[in-house]
Design a protein. Structure first.
Length: 433
């Protein structure tokens, strides 16, 4: 049998640090069979933890294990591709292949633990080792000591589980809890096992066990609130996407809504001979969204509204164009139009309304100011300027997404709108309707 070629890939934007280096070394060793470079990065006491199975202690056993792993999976072409990616779970590079992830604990310059785990051990999102970890302060009200056996009476084993990736404490020496948290839309309970490092105070592992019906109102969350730290863009956004006005919107009130919308726009206006119109979603077929359009004096209309407005060459104008472009995501919809629904993050406290994110440690994203919108003038050249709009949103089928839009304004009009996205927290509610 001819062996398949091994594909290797290194994600762009990884830092040139020791975690990236060892991830790449392990990938190259598994692809080529040359383990020398990897071996030189390992501490003599290094251990390899195969989560849920066993732990190999010492450099010799670790090297034998990985050589054996290559024989079992790579030489047999069971595994044919590897990728070095960032794991938000521990904020460093890791090696990934299919549903397997390899992470590292590095003390000083050398690797002291190699952890092999499933990316996800269940379909439940908080189980995902690429996503941001849970925050102990946010979930502590749902924790109780972990029983020694599960509901079926099988002993719960806390050995050979994920060690603390920061300080290296073994799984059996961590603090273990049973977690019973409200799930998607607060309609059920997610029951899982949680380990917390007594030294670092951080959540090490979350393992989803099962989902049960919600019986009580234990879902009244009393954890820390995230700050209302909006800026001028957040303030105008909450007016343009006014929840109160959207709630009142129906077929009879579309022109009231449009007048309201126009009264909130400060740096963007409709040309005097044209009119802005709103059509509510059609309640036929398998789904529709609300549609904003501009009608020309000749009666024709376009939904490309952003190119048909008079726009000031300002950051605020770019922001208002962005809000208008995306408004359908917050307006009324019909059936499958709901897949496009987004919750925009205009200030950090908006995260508190998103159940799947509510319990996570997102301080890294907060420190990058990703939870408040920003607009930056990047190029100014005579009558032409380019603005970079940055804003995050949540969608139940995509998770938390960072959107960056480059908007070019020339002679009072928007002439280009280019969008790129980065997934910050992958999520899919799994509900197809
Ligand atoms: Zn620790």
């Amino acid at each position: 049998m001819k062996k398949k070629k091994i594909e290797t890939k290194i994600d762009d934007n990884l830092p040139a640090d020791k975690y990236t280096k060892v991830s790449v070394s392990l990938m190259n060793a598994l692809a080529s069979g040359e383990f020398g470079a990897l071996e030189s990065l390992l501490n003599n006491d290094v251990r390899t933890v195969c989560c849920g199975h066993r732990t190999m202690k010492g450099k010799t056993r670790t090297m034998n294990y990985w050589r054996g792993w290559r024989q079992r999976y790579v030489e047999t072409s069971i595994v044919t591709s590897f990728e070095v990616v960032r794991s938000n779970y521990y904020s460093h590079a890791c090696l990934k292949t299919d549903n397997t992830i390899v992470m590292f604990q590095i003390g000083g310059d050398l690797v002291s633990a190699i952890i092999l785990s499933a990316v996800k051990t269940s379909e439940y999102v908080d189980d995902d080792k690429l996503n941001y970890p849970l925050d102990v302060e946010r979930i502590k009200q749902y924790l109780e000591p972990l029983p020694t056996t599960d509901d079926e009476g099988t002993p719960i084993d806390t050995t050979n589980r994920m060690p603390c990736l920061h300080c290296g404490i073994e799984s059996s020496d961590l603090l273990w809890y049973k977690s019973t948290r409200p799930g998607f839309f607060n309609r059920n309970w997610n029951i899982g096992q949680v380990s917390v490092c007594p030294q670092c105070g951080l959540i090490v592992e979350y393992k989803h066990v099962k989902t049960t019906e919600l019986e009580t109102d234990k879902n009244k969350w009393v954890g820390p609130k995230r700050p209302n730290n909006g800026n001028e863009y957040s303030a105008i956004a909450s007016k343009i996407y006014s929840e109160r006005m959207i709630e009142l919107l129906d077929e009879e009130r579309t022109s009231t809504f449009v007048s309201y919308l126009l009264s909130q726009l400060t740096d963007v206006e409709v040309e005097s001979a044209c009119t802005l119109e709103l059509r509510m979603p059609k309640k036929t077929g398998c789904g529709d969204n609300s549609h904003l359009s501009i009608r020309y004096p000749n009666g024709e209309k376009t939904e490309d509204i952003i190119y048909n407005l008079i726009v000031k060459p300002t950051e605020m104008a770019a922001w208002q164009l962005y809000l208008l472009k995306n408004i359908a995501a917050v307006l009324p919809y019909y059936w499958h139009g709901g897949y496009n629904r987004c919750t925009y993050i205009f200030q950090e406290s908006d995260i508190d309304g998103i159940v799947p994110l509510k319990f996570h440690d997102l301080s890294e994203l907060s420190a990058q100011d990703l939870f408040v919108p920003s607009v930056e003038k990047t190029i100014k050249n005579g009558q032409c300027c380019t603005m970079l709009v940055r804003c995050c949103h949540w969608n139940d089928w995509n998770g938390l997404v960072k959107e960056e839009v480059s908007i070019m304004i020339e002679n009072g009009h928007c002439v280009s709108y280019e969008r790129t996205t980065v997934d910050l927290f992958k999520y899919n509610c799994g509900l197809w309707y």
